[in-house]
Design a protein around this ligand. Structure first.
Ligand code: KMH
Ligand code: ZN
Length: 279
């Protein structure tokens, strides 16, 4: 069941790159395979157990090229024990067919966003039919989903998905509350508390605060018994007026706070058991 404060450790996911920031604006964003592997190693060393990956092409722009995705999964597996999660969210411009084909790269885990949401000035489209296709595609391949929740109604959709189409591969439901996206739910303690009431029985959750919601959401999730996601996909600011140095800096801070909360980081092996990911 949902972990309660003090009752279990904290699974830290790092989301190092995302699809929204440009390398030109953020020179320390990991975009090449070499940069990504180094980031993955550094983050594992300071407490990450899972990595949420968006891949970039030679031009440093987001891509869903299958060859590059496969090469990335292999390289991260070779160099770390991290659970490898690929994003099927991609960039807001990516077509459904390419997002679905991400599953053919056979990661341990993949994201599955539970509804359409305004995403700043854009629309992040996730039709019901597409969500079902992703869910079934992962069931067929034995890939463990992480359901991405950008707004509270998407938790209702998650319950419907499980009711109508069964449990995911691994038999366990894990979701990530993505809070503070302009157009989605706000990143504050009250909203996280409201979400807790809607999370399916027996599910585990992590939470991610975007931008200035990063620290409030991290602290709220730790105190609510949740897991956490941090990384440069979600925030480029470490503190007021201070830019993030690298992803490991964010993971190290999350690990330190998790220890203070008496819920120290759990390693990749224990996290595999928790999520139902095969070793
Ligand atoms: N890049 C966003 C449009 C996911 O990775 O699954 C979607 C996103 C969610 O980042
Ligand atoms: Zn993402």
């Amino acid at each position: 069941s949902t972990p309660r404060p003090g009752s279990s450790g904290t699974l830290i996911t790092v989301a190092p790159t995302g699809a929204e920031h440009s390398k030109a604006d953020v020179p320390n964003l990991p975009v090449t395979l070499e940069e990504l592997v180094r980031t993955a190693r550094d983050c594992e060393r300071v407490g990450a157990a899972m990595i949420h990956i968006h891949v970039r092409g030679d031009d440093a722009e987001p891509t869903l090229d299958l060859g590059r995705l496969k090469e990335t999964v292999a390289a991260v597996r070779e160099n770390t024990r991290l659970i490898v999660q690929l994003s099927t969210g991609g960039a807001v411009t990516d077509p459904e067919s390419a997002r679905l084909a991400v599953l053919d790269a056979m990661p341990d885990s993949a994201s599955c966003t539970m509804g359409t949401v305004n995403f700043g000035d854009d629309v992040f489209l996730n039709r019901w039919e597409f969500i079902v296709a992703l869910h079934k595609g992962m069931q067929e391949r034995g890939i463990v989903p992480e359901y991405e929740i950008f707004d509270l109604g998407q938790l209702t959709s998650l319950r419907r998905l499980i009711d109508e189409h069964g449990l995911p591969a691994g038999g366990h439901v894990h979701l990530d509350l993505v809070m503070g996206v302009p157009g989605g739910m706000p990143g504050d303690t009250e909203t996280l508390a409201a979400a807790l009431r809607l999370i399916p029985e027996g599910a585990t959750f992590s939470a991610t605060g975007v931008g200035r919601a990063s620290l409030p959401v991290l602290l709220a999730s730790l105190s609510a018994g949740g897991h956490v996601r941090v990384g440069m996909e979600d925030t480029l600011s470490y503190a007021r007026g201070e830019r993030v140095r690298d992803n490991a800096q964010l993971v190290a801070r999350a690990a330190g706070l998790a220890k203070i909360a008496q819920r120290p980081p759990v390693g990749p092996e224990e996290s595999r058991v928790l999520l139902g990911v095969a070793s």
